[in-house]
Design a protein around this ligand. Structure first.
Ligand code: EZ4
Ligand code: CO
Length: 402
């Protein structure tokens, strides 16, 4: 089965998505997600200019060979642009293989290792009362696990607050929005946030929290220890993620479970974290870590060391990526949890999905392949809308991690 055509479509149904469409001489079509929030066109060019010409004429069944060919064959390795491009090709080929076999991809990965995939939703508020209302809304929808974020008194704009939109989206504007940060304001607030939510809702729901790379190791250690009585499911991205050794210091001071990995793009980013058991959950995503082929390799390494999966699943992963993640989640032994933010209504005009949510669990569905179709004509109604992720500054004006 030869690849006869491949093309990249950049559209913005609610937000920007880069979608790879791969066609074969058997008449099968596969879809991959190549979205890199705020840097969309770099991946689109990497694919159109450098990868698509290499795909034409290749055997669509040879997924591993194509992965190795694109990774090793480029000489230049890793990096979010490269690995997002490879991911899109990889997922499109798994989609095609599933369609050729007449099976959902999770069946090709060994079949279901569980009945459903526990997901966590995002609750946030402009203050703690606003957060309560959003937690209540998620509990009413059946969520068993909820990420809790609140605006921090004294800081005007900070990460993770949805505002009026039903789906949190940090990217905006023709220039990056500038957020403000001061760690001292956060350090005392985080335990108060957890105390408040546990007092109000008890211990029957898993609570998660994202620190979004802002703390130093010793600050993260202090917050982790202070949160222990409130039993967080995890704290996410406590420190800037490229410094793997920082986690050793955090680990020495707290038993609060640690999660990291949404900005990772290769198994090498997590090698020390996993093999030294410095984390509890690895959050690599299917779309930024080289697709199903490489994500499974990361999770297999993690399995050896008792580290569980907790894949990134923000709205900037298209429905194709969310579905691909669900196939992996359902089939691996060391699944932990899956992030689920959902997509805006406009996305439903372009992507038709086979996955479902019920009672806090998701299932990828049983359509052949990945189970998401992409309407190229409908996508034309939503032209690319350039946006940037925010830049973070401390109160003294210096640039801080966002
Ligand atoms: O900031 O996906 O856990 N989720 C997150 C996300 C990320 C965005 C960046 O594009 O941290 O909200
Ligand atoms: Co995060």
């Amino acid at each position: 089965m030869k690849i006869t055509d491949a093309r990249v479509i950049v559209s913005a149904p609610g937000r920007n998505y880069v979608t790879l469409v791969v066609e074969t001489d058997d008449g099968l079509v596969g879809y991959g997600d190549a979205t890199l929030n705020g840097r969309e066109l770099a991946v689109a060019s990497y694919l159109s200019d450098h990868v698509v010409p290499l795909l034409i004429g290749r055997d669509a069944h040879r997924i591993e060979d194509t992965w190795q060919y694109l990774y090793r064959g480029a000489y230049w390795r890793r990096g979010p642009v490269t690995m997002t491009a490879i991911a899109a090709v990889d997922v499109a080929l798994w989609d095609i293989k599933g369609k050729a076999a007449g099976l959902p991809v999770y069946q090709l990965l060994g079949g279901a290792a569980r009945d459903g995939v526990m997901v966590y939703g995002h609750a946030s508020g402009g203050d703690l009362d606003g957060l309560d209302a959003d937690v209540e809304r998620h509990l009413a929808q059946g969520y068993k696990a909820i990420r809790v974020q609140s605006a921090i008194p004294g800081l005007d704009a900070t990460y993770g607050i949805a505002g009026a939109s039903p789906v949190y989206e940090p990217a905006s504007g023709a220039r990056p929005q500038e957020d403000r940060w001061e760690t001292s304001a956060y350090l005392d607030f985080a335990p108060r946030l957890f105390e408040h939510v546990r007092d109000r809702f008890g211990y029957g729901v898993h609570l998660l929290h994202d620190m979004h790379h802002r703390l130093s190791p010793i600050e993260a250690a202090r917050v982790g220890a202070a949160l222990e009585p409130y039993r967080p499911f995890w704290i996410e991205d406590p420190t800037p993620a490229e410094d793997q050794s920082a986690f050793r210091l955090i680990r020495q001071h707290t038993t609060t479970p640690l999660a990291v990995g949404e900005v990772f793009n290769s198994i090498w980013d997590a090698q020390q974290l996993i093999t030294e058991r410095l984390i509890d959950y690895i959050r690599t995503s299917v779309s930024h870590t080289g697709g199903i082929t490489h994500l499974r390799r990361v999770f297999s390494l993690a399995e050896l060391y008792g580290v569980r999966s907790g894949s990134h699943g923000a709205g900037d992963l298209s429905p194709v990526s969310l579905a691909a993640a669900l196939h992996v989640d359902l089939s691996i032994p060391n699944f932990g949890i899956q992030e689920y933010m959902g997509h805006l209504a406009a996305a439903e005009e372009v992507f038709t999905v086979g996955y479902s949510f019920r009672d806090g669990y998701m299932h990828p569905g049983d359509l052949p392949g990945i189970g998401v179709s992409f309407d190229e004509e409908a996508a034309k109604r939503f032209p690319y809308d350039p946006k940037y992720l925010p830049v973070n500054r401390r109160l003294d004006g210096s640039v801080h991690d966002w």
